[in-house]
Design a protein around this ligand. Structure first.
Ligand SMILES: Cc1cc2nc3c(=O)[nH]c(=O)nc-3n(C[C@H](O)[C@H](O)[C@H](O)COP(=O)(O)O)c2cc1C
Length: 356
């Protein structure tokens, strides 16, 4: 048990989680603003080894452990996450205009389940501010940045494609890959139809068209939901195979709330998305299913329920090329990526020795 899990975390959970979260992120921002702070974070927490490096969809990653969308929504802390030892950061979900999201409380901690429930409704600083933050990227900085994009909360459905395209076009030169968040386009399993699939294709086609005219290639991934039916997942795999889509992010938060919650608490959180430990089995199952279906030909970023190094290993073994986490950062503290990377590199060294 670390100092964080024994002392800091129990104290922090006595306060409203969103407030604590914001203070912790602010502190990380202050500590890691300059090169000295970043050097210190690296020394204290990061673990680097050549065996951790990998190239996925044409992008070089220093290691396979990344920050999931929603944690650095506004692209303010990617340098700090890099210094803490994360290989990549997915900023967003971003919308073209700034939006405030749902009224508070909208984020709830479930410490016994090592889970979080959120119904944030995408608060973010909007495209212009995000670009301002991304302009601070220094040459030679190793952390990879991807952008998760979606349509605005008040955008009418006939303008969704325009929102995605505007974000894609304007962020194109600032990030290494894109994740298309299609939650506004795809209905839940009961109401899903061919129309939803056509909507996803329409958005992707607009992005592919723009990309065709560019000198540099930016991979495009699509984030699927753990709540989708097999039919929905199959449709997205078909899109992956039939179009120039580069990969999938599998699978994120779930609306199926559960765990050790009282009826009252459950009612308070209704409409929220569950993240954290209870998601792991579904994520492993889906990564395995998707990878088999497309015969391991396209990369998958796994996300959902990663709380320890063994979870990362299971997802990589199931076929994922990279893994993201959110709840683990909250429950396991700032050294999480370093601990996972240390174990992955030790395992790689043992395997190498066995082969020699
Ligand atoms: C507070 C919060 C905000 C999130 N915001 C977003 C978001 O804007 N876009 C998105 O695609 N996923 C978002 N997510 C989902 C995460 O990216 C991730 O898929 C999910 O938390 C499962 O990972 P975990 O089990 O490691 O926490 C959010 C999650 C949380 C807890």
């Amino acid at each position: 048990m670390s100092f964080y899990t024994k002392i800091t975390r129990p104290l922090l959970f006595l306060l409203p989680i969103e407030k604590v979260h914001n203070v912790a992120l602010w502190l990380l921002g202050v500590v890691g603003r300059g090169p000295v702070g970043q050097w210190l974070l690296k020394k204290l927490f990061a673990w680097r080894a050549p065996s951790l490096q990998r190239e996925v969809f044409g992008v070089k990653f220093p290691n396979p452990v990344g920050i999931a969308a929603g944690l650095d929504t506004n692209a303010k802390l990617y340098r700090q996450w890099g210094a803490l030892g994360y290989g990549f950061v997915e900023i967003g979900s971003l919308t073209p205009k700034p939006q405030v999201g749902a009224p508070k409380p909208r984020m709830f901690a479930l410490p016994k389940d090592r889970a979080i429930v959120e119904r944030m409704e995408n608060p973010n600083c909007g495209l212009e501010k995000a670009i301002e933050h991304l302009r601070r990227r220094a040459y030679g900085q190793k952390v990879v940045v991807g952008a998760n994009i979606t349509a605005g909360n008040i955008t009418s459905p006939d303008k969704f494609t325009a929102d995605y395209l505007r974000l894609f076009r304007n962020l194109y030169q600032y990030v290494e890959y894109f994740t298309v968040n299609v939650s506004v386009l795809v209905s839940d399993a009961e109401r899903y139809s061919e129309v939803d699939k056509a909507k996803v294709k329409e958005v992707l086609d607009a992005l592919f068209d723009f990309r065709r005219g560019q000198n540099q290639y930016r991979p495009i991934l699509l984030k699927v939901s753990p709540d989708w039916s097999t039919e929905q997942i199959d449709d997205m795999v078909d899109i992956l195979i039939d179009t120039p889509l580069d990969g999938l992010v599998v699978a994120g938060g779930s609306t199926r709330l559960g765990g050790r919650m009282s009826e009252r608490r459950l009612a308070r959180m209704s409409g929220g998305l569950l993240s954290g430990a209870p998601l792991l089995e579904r994520t492993v199952e889906l990564v395995d299913y998707v990878c088999r279906k497309m015969e391991y030909r396209y990369p998958v970023i796994a996300v959902g329920g990663v709380m320890k190094a063994e979870d990362v290993e299971r997802l990589l073994a199931a076929g994922a090329s990279l893994v993201q986490c959110y709840s683990a950062v909250v429950y396991e503290g700032p050294g999480f990526a370093g601990r996972v990377c240390r174990r992955l590199s030790a395992k790689a060294a043992t395997e190498e020795q066995a082969q020699a």
